[in-house]
Design a protein around this ligand. Sequence first.
Ligand code: ACO
Length: 325
Amino acid sequence: MSEQRVKISGVGGYLPARRVSNDELAQTLDTSDEWIVSHTGIRARHIMAADESGTDMAEQAARAALARAGVSPADLGLIVVATTTADYGGFPSNACLLQARLGAPAAAAFDLGAACTGFVYALEVARGLMLCGSGRPALVVGAEAMSRLVDWTDRNTCVLFGDGAGAAVLEVTTEPDRGILGSYLRADGTGSGFLWAGGGLRVPPPNPEPRQAHMQGRPVFNFAVKAMAEVVLHFLETLQIAPEEVRYVVPHQANIRILQAAQKRLPIAPDRFVVTIDEVANTSAASIPLALAELDRQGRLAPGDVVLTTGFGAGLTYGGNAIRW
Ligand code: ACO
């Protein structure tokens, strides 16, 4: 009997309509297009409308991915939403809200929080559940409302982020040589203080921390370069993939200089690295599925392509997925 694998059968993305350029930010913040582009590679980000939510964005991306896969919501057995900016501070999860919107009564639904590595983690969790579960298709979404989490007066952080959602439909397959070949999930909790957002229940009232992102840029930068390279090297070694076989490396889009520094540590040509950060900025858990959806939209993904995702995020978390498209 052929080995069962889980393949990605459709991807979709959604960016809010409002595009905010660096020049627009510089009208109210002590920054400049020159500084932001030279330090990060970011030229613009998309920001949600006041009445828009993370679930609204997830729904748009999910509908696009389901249509691309030709899968009906009624057939889904699982919905996982990777997010750390859910609509509600506690519950219900965005995944349950999405399940109701889509009409997917057979789907288990939960959110997964691994910050910017969330989609990478969620893909592997869904894969594991599918292979030992009902075999129904699954929907994995990365959706983040980062504009609601940043302090818009802090130039150190606010210029870096954007909103968006990306989604993937997964199906069990017995097609030879197709599907998720493996994943690599890691964390280093000793770095938790480098990147955090308050607003939880750790400090009890009357002194709650505001729900805002805080970051020490340098240590995160250094961690990210090492972590992203480690993930890719892991796949090359353990799966015996030759560097020239890799069609795309799809990295978490946090900073162009992080991507370039990671690439220099790897035997893979720079043109294999997918870069979308200039127009979307850092959309956290949405960044990798958004990049996959953009590749697909441009017709650049073909069956058999080897795609390696690699990401890092608060936690600190990191990891990746090796996929034969
Ligand atoms: N505009 C103008 N000046 C700025 C801005 C800005 N938007 N932001 C910071 N600066 C200033 C700083 O105040 C500092 O000024 P000072 O020297 O007078 O104190 C100066 O620029 C240089 O600051 P550095 O920290 O040395 O700049 P660096 O080259 O490290 O770039 C950056 C900063 C872009 C944040 C970088 O460290 C970085 O990308 N780190 C990783 C960020 C990241 O990926 N975070 C993860 C995000 S969340 C996630 O993915 C889970």
